[in-house]
Design a binder for this molecule. Sequence first.
Ligand SMILES: Cc1cc2nc3c(=O)[nH]c(=O)nc-3n(C[C@H](O)[C@H](O)[C@H](O)COP(=O)(O)O)c2cc1C
Length: 380
Amino acid sequence: MTAELTAPLFQPITLRGMTIPNRTAMAPMGRGFCINNAPQADAAAYYAARAKGGVGLVICEAAGIDHPLSADNPGMPVMHGEKVLAGWKAVVDAVHAEGGLVVPQLFHQGMLHGGGNPKVPMDSLRPSGTIGVPGPTSYSPEFIERASAPTKPMTEEDIADAIAGFGRSVKNAVGVGFDGIEIHGAHGYLVDGFLWGASNQRTDRWGGDITQRASFAREVIKAARAEMPEDMPLIFRFSQHKSSNYAARTTESPQELEAMLAPIIDAGVDMLHTSIRRFWQAAYEGSPLNLAGWAKKVTGLPVMAVGSVGLGTSADDTFMKVGAEATDDNIARLMERFNDGEFDMIAIGRSLISDPDYVNKLRTGEKPVPFAREALATLV
Ligand SMILES: Cc1cc2nc3c(=O)[nH]c(=O)nc-3n(C[C@H](O)[C@H](O)[C@H](O)COP(=O)(O)O)c2cc1C
């Protein structure tokens, strides 16, 4: 890898009023180090170190919205409450002090509530009272079995409460000084639970075809937008795979993708962030384009890709403890796709856990510290 090779990544991109100095982002990664759902001083230092290391946009780990069942364990952050918001303010200030930009990722665990804590009851929000179709997963068989018992489908009131919770949490995030908002519509959590046909079998206005199933996401985006300054960008993250089933697919064709994204974008999205496990993974048969490439093609919006930058093993391999992590100098392949215009930004996950200077090293061609699973044990 050479500095010349990666130079195209080091160009700015503007989303509404936010100009990101380069095309890299830190992927959102839950680390489990919060205390009582509040980020601590170690989190501020951790995120600031990645900003100092050259990351264009820091996307913080998923934070539960203001709803009692949004996050199932105290190590996970939320986005409400005085102490928690003080913790987030310290994160934002630390990243800004390094000249960085930072957004939170807001979510509600929905049907996967309990996966991180066997003690919580299985009474969280599920569009149809089901977890859909489980498949390859890093969740324990006990959780999947417990979660597979049907629960109550969400009522109109539950839906309205959750949407309002997103709105209040966006307001809180804006209040502590974040530069934008990412809504987590991926991996089978609440928003994705509505998008996925297997977990949304509703026959009312929140279910049906893929456009109808996008109604909840659309209303969440509207509620978020209503709390955001006009010049603040909103990023929407989505995926085919679910944490409970890495083989699942929400859309089977670019036409379905377009039908899903149209109402969501209309509500006020500035960038799509497609969660894929490997940036070279083709989304649909018959074309090498990844999900980001297709999202860009069918919507015209700027898109962010992600997945195994610098690594030969995917994040689910890490979670399922499949073999050892293999570093892979796949940067030439990454640049080929970026230069072809397949995606506008690239998020980097695990490589940034082990090396806060990963992006600066991408720029200079210096060799990074390789990712090892053991790095997940500390927050540095
Ligand atoms: C420890 C860890 C925690 C993660 N937590 C989140 C999360 O909170 N929200 C999310 O959307 N994705 C999460 N992911 C997925 C990452 O954002 C990213 O998409 C994935 O790791 C692939 O990127 P990588 O191959 O560069 O690591 C997590 C991944 C890891 C490894």
